[in-house]
Design a protein around this ligand. Structure first.
Ligand code: 5GP
Ligand code: MG
Ligand code: MG
Length: 179
């Protein structure tokens, strides 16, 4: 698995440091409130688990699954809800947690959909932001790292369901997905 990694882009230590900062920022911004964190399955799970523990106010968690890349490395633009929330978001302070925003198509669809359910507020927190291939504007409230246009894996992010358990963010060797 490790042999498929061209190089480490963000180390375990860099991720941990930044997540503590994000947690402190979110804690301060929502002081006196409660948050409903909505994780976008499956890539956001690892980040969300660490982020939730860095937030020092009450947090509820829920998940949504939407179709995105399948086994490929670029967005189709067709978004489908595969798993909806278990919780009602009406009147809640919603924080949507994503692993990475690339074209922005997935999140744009998701946020519009959630807004129609009348939350008290809705903000986006993403671990990674890859603005080079953005197709629609996304208003990101909390961003871990802005990265160049590499296909990255690890810390929740997969290629064909592999590499999610790597503890760092790595750049996949192009020969892994170019054949
Ligand atoms: P978007 O709709 O913004 O193009 O991307 C939606 C999803 O595609 C992301 O949430 C993520 O799951 C996946 N994705 C985008 N870029 C990458 C990448 O560099 N690596 C991996 N593993 N997934 C990505
Ligand atoms: Mg995602
Ligand atoms: Mg994926």
């Amino acid at each position: 698995m490790i042999n498929d990694v061209e190089r480490v882009l963000l180390s375990e230590e860099q991720l941990a440091t930044r997540i503590v900062e994000l947690g402190a920022e979110i804690t301060a911004d929502y002081a006196g409130e409660e948050i409903l964190m909505i994780g976008v399955l499956r890539g956001a799970v690892v980040f969300m688990a660490d982020l939730a523990r860095a937030i020092k106010i009450p947090v509820a968690i829920d998940f949504m699954a939407v179709s995105s890349y399948g086994a490929g490395t670029s967005s189709s633009g067709v978004v489908r809800i595969l798993k909806d929330l278990d919780e009602n978001v009406e009147g809640k302070h919603v924080l949507v947690v994503e692993d990475i925003i690339d074209s922005g198509l997935t999140l744009n669809y998701l946020v519009d959909n959630l807004k129609s359910r009348q939350p008290a507020s809705i903000k986006i927190c993403t671990l990674l932001n890859k603005p080079d291939r953005r197709k629609v504007d996304v208003d990101i409230a909390y961003n871990g790292f802005t990265i160049p246009d590499y296909f990255v894996i690890g810390y929740g992010l997969d290629y064909a369901e592999k590499y999610r358990n790597l503890p760092f963010i790595g750049i996949l060797k192009p020969e892994i997905y170019q054949d």
